[in-house]
Design a protein. Structure first.
Length: 237
């Protein structure tokens, strides 16, 4: 009976973690460039899946035309490389802006790295239209200002960790990330949407809640059985 309680309690903890993960995914379903977290299931115990680990799904989200010249999406593998206070970070969220210092940056103030100038910020004239080619070259009035640095880790799942909703950093701070191949296109006037499958997530949410309720009932049953056993032992013979 004690084993029943231990198994059910452990299962409830695992399902709570799953609910937290799903809730975060669904809350960010409208966040540009967000990558969903998922679970890797290994074995089944007591008819319930055992979560071996959680991982980030780096599959590409749908691309949305916005018409905003400072919106940029990546079609293919890779990440925008950014200068942040903590060092170089990476993102798929391409909703950029021009800073007060006339630099291309994210809404959090992280500057886009110039691949042609050792990662320095890309300077632009805020009064002129910004043109971005598919190879990431940034131009204004026909003049080349730099090239957006696109990084492509060989295995993002093993080398990157999440920082907030849309940023990533290297797990190994001393590691390096190669640049993306020519097959990755930089598309101006578009953004990449979240890759969270809202419908599937809602179905899974209901399933996990039912599993949670089932284990809660098992705990209640085990508790009642223990109470009954104690009562039976206490009865005079």
């Amino acid at each position: 009976m004690d084993q029943l309680l231990i198994t059910a309690a452990s299962g409830m903890k695992a399902r709570t973690d799953s609910l937290d993960m799903l809730a975060n995914n669904m809350a960010n379903s409208g966040t540009t460039g967000f990558k969903a977290d998922r679970e890797f299931y290994n074995l089944y115990e007591q008819s319930l899946p055992t979560v071996e680990r959680q991982y980030t799904d780096f599959s590409q989200g749908q691309l949305l035309q916005t018409g905003n010249p400072l919106n940029v999406a990546l079609n293919g593998k890779g990440f925008f490389a950014l200068n942040a206070p903590s060092g170089i970070v990476y993102t798929r969220a391409g909703d950029f802006r021009v800073s007060a210092a006339n630099q291309l940056e994210t809404k959090d103030g992280y500057t886009l790295r110039n691949a042609l100038d050792n990662g320095k910020p890309i300077l632009v004239d805020p009064l002129q239209t910004v043109d971005i080619a598919k190879d990431g070259i940034v131009r204004q009035a026909g003049q080349e200002l730099g090239q957006i640095e696109i990084a492509q880790p060989s295995s993002p799942t093993d080398t990157l960790k999440k920082l907030g909703s849309t940023y990533f950093a290297l797990i190994d701070k001393n590691g390096t990330v190669p640049t993306a191949t020519a097959t990755t296109e930089v598309l101006q006037g578009q953004v990449e949407l979240s890759n969270v499958p809202v419908g599937d997530s809602a179905v899974k949410l209901v399933s996990i809640m039912r599993q949670f309720e089932m284990m809660q009932k098992a705990i209640n049953l085990g508790t009642e059985m223990n109470k009954q056993a104690i009562t039976d032992v206490a009865k005079p013979s």
